[in-house]
Structure formats: C-alpha cells, structure tokens
Write a protein that binds this ligand. Sequence first.
Ligand code: KG4
Ligand code: ZN
Length: 340
Amino acid sequence: MTSDVDESTVVLGIETSCDETAAAVVIGGREVASSVVSSQIELHAAFGGVVPEIAGRAHEQTLVPAVAQALLEAGIEDDEVDAIAATVGPGLIGSLLIGVSAAKALAVAWDVPFVGVNHLEGHLHAAFLEDPSVELPLVVLLVSGGHTMLVHMEELGRYRLLGSTVDDAAGEAFDKVARYLDLGYPGGPVIDRLAMDGDPAAIQFPRAMLDDGHDFSFSGLKTAVINHVRKHPLTSTPDLAASFQEAVVDVLVTKARRAAAEMGAKGLALAGGVAANSSLRERMLDACHEDGLRAFLPSRSMCTDNAAMIAAAGWWRLGHDGPTGIDAGADPSLKLQFIL
Ligand code: KG4
Ligand code: ZN
C-alpha cells in the first residue's frame, strides 16, 4: 500500500458499465458515505433488454446529477475527494466511456488520481463493504447478467478461477426465460417474486453438469423451459418460475459448497445481481450452516451494480498499483487477471 492511501482516503466511485448510472463516496475502502444508483430499467423494459444506444445517452444525462447527489449525501466537498475510481470494463463500450471520461475530467479538474477498476473485481469487493469481519481465503460465487464464476479469493488481488459458465450466465438465463414468458425485464426479480407462489418441484428441469467439475451450463435449461411450455401451454407460470429457479439454485449451491470444501475455505460469499435472489440466499445460508462455513451475503443493493463496490476496489487498486494513466481507455471485454 502506498503511503498516501489509508483509512482516511476519500474515493469517489463511478459505475456506468451497463444500465445503472451509479456514483458513491467510500472512505478508507470500507466506509460507504453514500451510494446513489439511478436505474434505467424503465427505459429498457419496453425492448425486453438493455439497448446500448439508449443506455449511453441516459448515462450522459444522469451521471452528473448522480455524482452531485453522492457528494451531497456524503457531506463531502469537491476538494475533500482524494481519488476518482471508475469502471473501465467489462461492459457496453458507449456506457463505459461516459463514466471513464467523466472520471478523468474530474480527476484533472480536481488534481487527484484516476483509477480504472474492473467491474468484476468491484463485485468481489462488495462483501467487504458490509461486513468488516470477512476473512480470506474465501470462495466467491459471482453470478450476474454477464458472468457466472466460482472464484477462490486467496487475498485481495489474488484470485483463482475455479469454474465459469460454458454458455449463458445465470442472470442471462433468468432474463431469457422471463422474456420468453413475457414477464418483462430484468427477469431475475420477476421470477424471484413469482416463484414464491409456485411449486419448485412441479417440473423436474435438468441440472446440467451438476457432478462435473466447477463449470456451469444454463442454455439447455432455458431450452428445457421453452420446450415444456410448448408441450404444456397451460402450466402455471408461478410453477414454471419456481421450478426453473430451483434448477438454477440447485446447481449454484451444489457447486459452490463443493468448491469451498475442495479449497478448504472458511467461508462462502455471494456477489453479483443474481445474488439478490431470495431462494439462492436462503439455500446458501442453509448450506453454509450445514458445512460449518461462514456465509457472506451482501445486501441486495450491494449485490446488484453500484458504485460503492467500484470505489472500494479502486481504493485497494490505488494503494496496490498506484493511479491509472489518464490516457487509459475503456475495454468492453476486459478480463480479470487470475492466478494459475
Ligand atoms: O450484477 P448485475 O446488477 O449486472 C451485471 O453486471 O450483469 O446483475 C444483473 C442480473 C440480471 O440478469 C438480473 O435479472 C439478475 O441480475 N437479478 C436477479 C435478481 N435480481 C437481479 N436474478 C435472480 N433473482 C433476483 N432477485
Ligand atoms: Zn455487475
């Protein structure tokens, strides 16, 4: 850690990788002084998914107000900000560029360092923001709209990829199934709600690759739902939602607890938007209890995209690697660096 990054360092975080415009102030990488998230869901809902062009334009309009609100809520003046962190990838290029350009402009205007953050590393940091007792090493199940990964977090910055999806991400499966059933976008929260009134055992959907290493596959499950509806058009939607969700959660929980056992981890953490799922949270808690593991389940708002996690990861990166060059760009397919 460089000498000028410590527990009092104030980082303004900016997140615009997809359809949330977010700004947050985090002090010392842990204390969330404010976290503002302006969702664009209503703008995209009519199209059944995120429209990149609309997302970019909306970020342009809402980012400055979001930053102003984050500073106001935190009670922080411009000249008290020590560094600015922004998501540089992965994500939609037009959206990323809005956040990165704004962050660099503010860094130059306020004469403070800019630090580029990998969105996935942001998600990995989320658990630390709400529970100071999080201890490493830890197995993290990172499940979002674009990614599904099991990561062994040996220490901050040292991540081992244990497994990932070979096709659709878990959130993508929720979104695609919801779209097919005409339930709206994003699909995860709607299916989560509907499933509460359905029978998870009504339909036995496939659990792909359940006993097969740490990788995942969800595209066959999506097809199985579609085939079932074609053959049985009168199936109740809550039963479909509950049975689909049960299949996803079964696979996620089985693989996460197996990975924790194999790695000898002391705890399991959830991260990413799908970690907001009620059934996944409940089942993960039960599994951890049975296996004697500590469970770290960030609140729903910390699981879905936010800028506090970006500020936290930015604070750590700044201390570890120093500032990012002001000439750095955004990378829509940025990869997280894993150890072998
Ligand atoms: O992490 P996130 O906010 O954005 C990405 O980086 O992708 O995750 C969004 C994903 C979407 O696919 C959404 O349907 C899913 O998370 N999601 C959920 C729930 N809330 C959001 N999936 C299942 N159950 C939920 N309650
Ligand atoms: Zn995300």
